[in-house]
Design a protein around this ligand. Sequence first.
Ligand code: DX5
Ligand code: ZN
Length: 218
Amino acid sequence: MNKLSPSILAADFWNLGQQIESVQKAGAQYLHVDVMDGMFVPSISFGMPVLSSIRKKTDMFLDVHLMVERPERYIQAFAACGADLINFHLEATRDVAGTIGQIRSLGKKVGVTLKPDTPAEAVEPYLDQVDMVLVMTVEPGFGGQKILPSCMDKVSQVRGLIRKKDLDVDVEVDGGVTLENVSSVVDAGASVIVAGSAVFDGDVEKNVETLLGKIKRA
Ligand code: DX5
Ligand code: ZN
């Protein structure tokens, strides 16, 4: 079943708890937690204490997206704070295999992430070691950007590589997903959909329900 992963980067932090309750009540399966270090990406978002607070109050699946230079330094900390899955960028580390191994050894699910300019083939050597490939459809760093149409082909290519190897790996798409384009994102091969502004701008529960209706597939 395809899943929705609302990105709390677009939430109203004054009411974060309430907003998380709303997305869960409306049926979102995952919660996307964007961690930015001001180095790998220009902006700084939030980190371990926020993740811990969320973990204490919800049993939702926490899908952590590390936009952090040398993520291997922080795997242990984010695992301890309650991540269920840790996504890190291929471009951010020289030790992709070691970082995957570290996440696995802590009993967490592993995702590897590709920036818009990184080709699909870059992930091929790791496909049999991961649970998810996260394809960025905007330059990472900020919410509320427009989807880059050039990245849609990459979603299909990654899905094609996974199919060719007959693996059970999710393809997650992150950046610029809207009510209008979400169906084409799923058609391209995405099985987990991140949505920030499309969920948190306006009526949160209604947005989640509408998005879930559109990503549902047999
Ligand atoms: C961007 C983040 C995204 C962002 C998506 O660097 O990784 O998760 O929150 O926001 P929208 O859906 O508004 O593009
Ligand atoms: Zn993200």
